[in-house]
Design a protein. Sequence first.
Length: 149
Amino acid sequence: MTLLETRVIPAWVDYNGHMNDAEYARVFSLAVEALMERIGLDAAGRARHAYTLYTLETHLCYRREAHEGEALSVDVTLLDRDAKRLHAFFTMRDDTGETLATSEQMLMGIDQTSGRPAPFPPAVAEASATLPRAEARPALAGRRIGIRR
């Protein structure tokens, strides 16, 4: 499911002539915001439910460079979910469908009144249940970082 479509703007290009690593994280953050809108946690939904999502952990893998003006799209699939968490896998692609980067994220539902984790409000739980689920674990999911010896 495509959540976000954008282009690499000049301010995102670094001294190497391609999109800076921090800007990949920005695009994935914008995709999380689009996901929140999709499941009813836009500004109005956050206010109505006094509920939001926090990102607990992110694993970002860079696969290819993106350049100024290049079209980007970000898809999401769920790897898992429970009453208050979404384990999401985002894929950033260029306009030919080539994978530029992936971001595996653990998102936690937070009651804004208490500031503590809490189960999704029923409407949000229903909407998140309709998100596409991974049929098989993506090859870039669940990776560890380390020097292979």
